[in-house]
Design a protein around this ligand. Sequence first.
Ligand code: FAD
Ligand code: UDP
Length: 371
Amino acid sequence: MKYDYLVVGSGLYGAVFAHEAKAHGKSVLVVDKRPNIAGNIYTQNVEGINVHVYGAHIFHTNDRKVWDYITRFAQFNRFTNSPVANYKGELYSLPFNMYTFNKMWGVITPEEAEAKLNEQRCEITHPPRNLEEQAISLVGRDIFEKLIKGYTEKQWGRDCKELPAFIIRRLPVRLTFDNNYFNALYQGIPIGGYTKMIKKLLDGIEVRLNTDYLKNKPELDALARKVIYTGPIDAYFGYRLGYLEYRSLRFENELLDKPSFQGNAAVNYTDRETPWTRIIEHKWFEFGKDADGNDLPRTVISREYSSEWKPGDEPYYPVNDEKNGRLYERYRQLSEREENVIFGGRLGQYKYYDMDQVIAEALRCSEQELD
Ligand code: FAD
Ligand code: UDP
């Protein structure tokens, strides 16, 4: 066999595993069906702006080990995510904090905000069973109706009563004037873009792009002792137990001949009528400057539209509800019988992982496999 490991997917999981394998003296081949490395964190430089081609990515973690690891491959800037919500032209601060409560109810102090929240939260008297009940029991009906319901139903294509509660628990609720979207000790954007960071992880490793593993499985399997597979788990098995559900995305990108479109990296459109979920203005991830610190005269924006995944589309988000959880479990059991294959990453494990969790998982797998 020519290689110790064949890594399918050059996203974050594949790149971290490949790097670790090489560092342990193993021979590695990485294949990706896309024309570019880096999976969903691929960034492309357009007129000095690092465009997040597959959706906006802000790195954040509380895990010191992960932070120490990833900062070996990139220097991070001090970007703090503070999206703005646009509800029919009314602007609100996110995540839910004193600025949001002041705009929504006119309350001034944390005590007043808490009283208002408590008054609305008591609509839910039992432990929340779904996203809608969880949202109301966290922030009340007013905020649910204006800032959560429309956005969530566009994003997931499902009624809030049919979605798992954990999705909304990702968002902080604070009685302070703090617009930081994440509760994380470490946060930022890799200076120069994520692609540069992945390139560094893959330094000295053979990568074949435009290569679909599933379409060339026998030939590729013959090259390596073991496979690390980071594509969709149901696709690996030819969907033989049925399709897992995913949400797909479509981005409409525009280069505008003006220095600013919306004055912020992310604006979420939380009403039901606007067809897109959010607009990303990429230059603000790096404070509107190019690599030399000059102000950029133009700007790139991306409108993000969410849709149900169908065969042939790019899968972006696993739909981690009960029905899909049961089907995934059956695929996972099948995967355990594949002796020389490890399933990893957001699609391989069908989990709504953030980047830091993907790194932690890839490191855990590397330690188990290589040490
Ligand atoms: P991927 O990046 O999906 O990589 C998998 C790779 O496998 C792809 O390159 C794919 O082409 C390749 N592949 C699949 N099938 C095959 C095949 N048959 N043959 C060859 N190659 C194949 N996380 C954060 O921490 N912060 C954020 O702000 C954030 N924002 C996000 C925004 C969006 C819109 C999305 C969708 C995700 C976001 N995430 C964010 C999550 C983040 O993208 C993931 O945690 C991470 O990128 C997953 O890495 P991965 O390697 O598992 O998967
Ligand atoms: N959400 C919302 N309104 C917003 C932003 C988020 O209702 O303005 C909900 C929505 O259900 C979303 C979830 O919170 O799917 C998690 O949001 P996050 O920004 O973490 O999603 P991601 O960046 O992964 O798309």
